[in-house]
Design a protein around this ligand. Structure first.
Ligand code: URA
Length: 224
């Protein structure tokens, strides 16, 4: 793909200017993917009535996924916030708007070729960080979601998604800049890690690094 040549192009691409471009892309689910569809809907149903941790008491509803099932790219975030809890969809608030812009910049979108889910399926009260016990209870749903989707590549945004799926406690800054692999049910799926869009909204100076991460993603995923 064409890399931004100037700072203006770069910041435009990161949502600080008007330079977002949507590339054409297609998603053709494989036969295996079509066979797997039932298990994703079963999993969604199981999650919708989950009472494994106390977050079930304060949620409006569970937030399972958005986007295209069996898409080549799967994005994993942290947990629903207030907007997501209200709508039942991941990344629909301000961070979601930035995530969509980031995805569009590399020819990806939840309407065409991206599946999005979170580590936690219920909103932590007052948007606090997920607790270790909540992640332990909820992450098996994510593992099953990944196994059922069989994405070609993962984009892990923020430390909770990264640390959960890479089984590490290293900070994002130490892990980004190289390709990782997530191993689930015998599948080894390439994974690019980057900062959470909510963090980028607070620290726009870090967007250039996130852009580099998106280029790494693009470099490793020709179908985007
Ligand atoms: N932040 C996340 O990590 N996930 C969402 O769905 C919304 C905000």
């Amino acid at each position: 793909m064409n890399q931004p040549r100037s700072k203006a192009e770069l910041f435009g691409a990161m949502g600080l200017g008007p330079v977002w471009e949507l590339r054409n892309s297609t998603t053709a689910p494989s036969k295996t993917a079509v066979r797997e569809a039932a298990s994703l809907s079963e999993l969604r149903q199981t999650v919708s009535i989950c009472t494994a941790c106390s977050l079930c008491e304060s949620r409006t509803q569970t937030v399972f996924s958005d986007g295209v099932e069996h898409a080549p790219l799967m994005v994993v975030g942290e947990a629903p916030g207030a907007d997501e809890d209200a709508m039942g969809l991941p990344f629909v608030g301000r961070a979601g708007v930035l995530l969509d812009k980031m995805l569009h910049a590399v020819g990806a979108s939840r309407q065409k070729n991206v599946y999005i889910a979170n580590v936690l399926k219920c909103r932590p009260p007052a948007n606090r960080n997920p607790e270790a016990g909540e992640i332990r209870q909820c992450s098996p749903y994510l593992f099953q979601q990944i196994a059922a989707n069989q994405p070609k590549i993962l984009l892990l945004v923020g430390r909770f998604a990264i640390q959960t799926l890479l089984n590490t406690d290293k900070p994002v800054g130490e892990l980004r800049g190289k390709l990782h692999h997530v191993t689930i049910e015998g599948l080894s799926i390439p994974a690019v890690v980057t900062y959470h869009p909510a963090y980028l909204l607070r620290r726009p100076g870090e967007k250039a690094k996130a852009w580099d991460d998106l280029l790494l993603l693009k470099q490793h995923q020709s179908v985007l």
